[in-house]
Design a protein around this ligand. Sequence first.
Ligand SMILES: Cc1cc2nc3c(=O)[nH]c(=O)nc-3n(C[C@H](O)[C@H](O)[C@H](O)COP(=O)(O)OP(=O)(O)OC[C@H]3O[C@@H](n4cnc5c(N)ncnc54)[C@H](O)[C@@H]3O)c2cc1C
Length: 443
Amino acid sequence: MPTSGVVDDRSSALPVVVIGAGMAGLTCAAELWAAGRDVVVLEAADGVGGRLRTDRHPKGYRLDRGFQVLLEAYPALRRQVDVGALRPAPFDAGALIWTGRRLIPLADPFRHPAALPRDLTTSLFGPGDKVRLAALAVRARLAPWESAAHAAGKPAHDVSAAEVLWGAGFGRGFVERFARPFWGGILLDRTLATSAGPFRFTLKMFLEGSALLPEGGIQALPERLERRLPLGAVRLNRPVEAVVVEEGRAVGVRVAGNTLPAAAVVVAADPPAAKRLTGITAIPDAGVGCVTVYLTGARHPGTGKRLVLDGTGTLAVNHVAPLSVVAPSYAPPDRHLLAAVVLSEAVETHPDDEALARRARHEAARMLGHDPTDWSVLSVVRVPFSQYAQPPGIHGRLPKTTTGIRNLYLAGEATVDSSYNGAILSGEAAARAVFRDSRRYEE
Ligand SMILES: Cc1cc2nc3c(=O)[nH]c(=O)nc-3n(C[C@H](O)[C@H](O)[C@H](O)COP(=O)(O)OP(=O)(O)OC[C@H]3O[C@@H](n4cnc5c(N)ncnc54)[C@H](O)[C@@H]3O)c2cc1C
């Protein structure tokens, strides 16, 4: 970010208007403000965060709007947010795999070396797959990837995650029992038809850091970014209706029927909204969704701080996260909170929340070896557009930060890859582009 030698022209100039207060918009605004530009962030919703929101349940639970974790190794996140200030609690590396009869523990041998002998003798998959996984992991750790898009490599050579696994010779047991539920839960795609980029990059991220839950819920992350902005810079409940373009340049935005003039406009809305606002057809808008069923009970889940994965492929629930075991702040004292997550394919066949919740409760209890009556349904959170679909090669077809219209920029995950690491990178790139162009036009 070009912070040196920048003149503070906040008092005299029109603000840069950023549309959307998700991770992309907040990053862009924080970078611009830090470098001396006036910024206004217009957000349609009643809070910041976009897809990183947390609701406070009246009984004291923290319910994220869809289960997701904070990956502390994300390079862009480390640059922008003091993760320690979120007082995060880590999941244990590894997982428990449900085989249909019992749970088999699987630790990450790179992070828990003591578990290596046990994991090598697991009946889940053979030593050959352990060696193949170690080879993939060594390559991932040595690679200089900054994002999933970077890890995808040249678009013409990109393949799916499934093709990487089959091509490397992994056995069916490894793929079906571990890779599908584990990466399926991350990519929200159990078929693993997603690009190898997000697959490789998340492997690297899980090897290099922990998966965390912030004490205040996932929304604490964007709120931390918001704190870098002055009071009043973020205006909530302000859906932008249109970008105002005159003579080939963006001059403002239309909100509640009025025009707000702007020195530049950065569209950092979610991909479907960004596509509507800009008309840029390269913005991907095919979504992948998931449903998080929150379950509560007095009984300890008995899982430790580990995810429970469905290794059978027969359940609607792909994984269960023992949230309150990892972060006690997620539930009131003496209660526990589980997130049972159902992925897109199963979501599509269960349009009815009540039936899906009943099924999720039953399946989660079965995986834990509990009685279904030990758990009750607290809430069902359906997010049809959690991420955009990322088939092989997509990262080479994504739109650029600059739009062809002067003073109009695009941020948001649509320009990098579908993750909050990608969203942060996109916000940084948009701030750089605003700066570069404003200096060029001034010269
Ligand atoms: C359940 C779930 C699980 C996920 N899992 C992971 C994961 O494991 N790892 C990972 O990295 N990512 C994950 N993601 C994706 C990640 O959350 C997103 O990639 C990221 O948050 C996108 O940030 P963004 O700023 O680009 O967009 P958003 O967060 O969508 O923010 C866009 C903002 O623009 C606002 N907006 C839209 N239209 C307008 C308008 N007209 N006027 C004003 N404001 C507008 C929206 O209200 C929103 O606040 C997950 C998402 C979900 C929901």
